[in-house]
Design a protein around this ligand. Structure first.
Ligand code: ZN
Length: 314
């Protein structure tokens, strides 16, 4: 999968779209009941002790970041619930030495089920760390109307044990791993994880690489603030950092800038049409320019327009 980074972005988006065929509607695949045998978990080396785990042959949830070394293992996000055993088998294979410890920490970038589905499974082994609002949202039933999803409250063992308001650091496998909250981006509880020595970022669902993002406007997300957050990330993190996105292939700052440009341009189009008095249906019927077509996947052009529209209505 390393090779995928040498392929042009548009082609990569198409490949990823093709890879993610199984029952998805962003997070609504959280409803998937079974571990589909055709879907496997692939390993993408990133830098130093960091690897990225992806779904191959279908949708298994968000990308997982792994730090594996002498202190044991720390993972970021844990895919959809049915894939916990497959994910565990992959993690076992990543152990760097016999005496190296097992899974110690699990960080959630946000509350969605395609990033926290394994929490109940791994919560018995690892200390779960996430933003204050991730625990709050997971502890109560939630609804995402745009996907007609009703999500029950998570069991106690799935809830984050250590929570923070702004940021926290974990010192692990020879580096400081900074966990920083960015408010009102994809949700109201998103964090960015920075492996400071390995120069790797996991941006969770504030970065969909080459794909239209989903933004959970009902739970505090907003396209305007997420675009601003992404701008802050571009300014504050190293220009040569490798970036694990919530969805899509391993990326870099140029890919992040490309997503920000898409967000700015498409938001302006929807905003101008709203100012001209057009309804959501009319704006969706008019669509977006051809150049953004390759970004459509499970988050279709219509859904993306609705996300922008809902954000601007707030
Ligand atoms: Zn999400």
């Amino acid at each position: 999968m390393k090779i995928i980074n040498s392929i042009p972005l548009v082609t990569r988006a198409l490949i990823v779209s093709a890879l993610l065929l199984a029952g998805f509607g962003a997070i609504n695949a959280a409803r998937a009941k079974s571990d589909k045998p055709e879907i496997t978990i692939g390993v993408v080396p990133v830098a130093g002790p960091i690897t990225m785990l992806i779904g191959v042959g279908g949708f298994s949830g968000g990308n997982v970041g792994v730090s594996a070394g002498p202190d044991g293992m720390l993972i970021i996000d844990d895919k959809l619930k049915p894939f916990s055993k497959k994910l565990e088998a992959r993690l076992d294979a990543l152990k760097t030495c016999l005496e190296c410890g097992d899974l110690k920490f699990l960080i959630n970038t946000h509350w969605h089920g395609d990033h926290t589905g394994g929490n109940a499974y791994f919560g018995g082994q690892a200390v779960i760390v996430a933003h204050d609002n991730v625990r709050k949202l997971m502890a109560a039933p939630q609804e995402i109307k745009i996907f007609k999803m009703k999500i029950p409250a998570a069991p106690d063992q799935a809830l984050p044990v250590i929570t923070y308001r702004n940021s926290v650091s974990v010192h692990f496998n020879g580096e400081e791993i900074r966990i920083i909250h960015f408010p009102n981006g994809h949700t109201d509880g998103d964090s960015v994880i920075h492996f400071t020595k390995s120069n790797v970022l996991h941006l969770g669902d504030q970065f969909f690489n080459g794909l239209f993002p989903f933004i959970d406007v009902e739970h505090g997300g907003n396209v305007v603030t997420m675009t601003r957050n992404v701008g802050e990330m571009i300014d504050m993190f190293p220009a040569d950092a490798k970036i694990i996105p919530g969805h899509g292939p391993l990326g870099d700052m140029n890919d992040l800038k490309t997503m920000r440009a898409m967000m700015k341009a498409t938001t302006k189009i929807v905003q101008d049409r709203m100012k001209a008095g057009k309804s959501l249906k009319e704006i969706q019927a008019a669509g977006l320019p051809e150049k953004w077509k390759s970004w459509s996947w499970r988050i279709s052009t219509e859904t993306w327009i609705a996300v922008i529209y809902d954000s601007l209505k707030k």
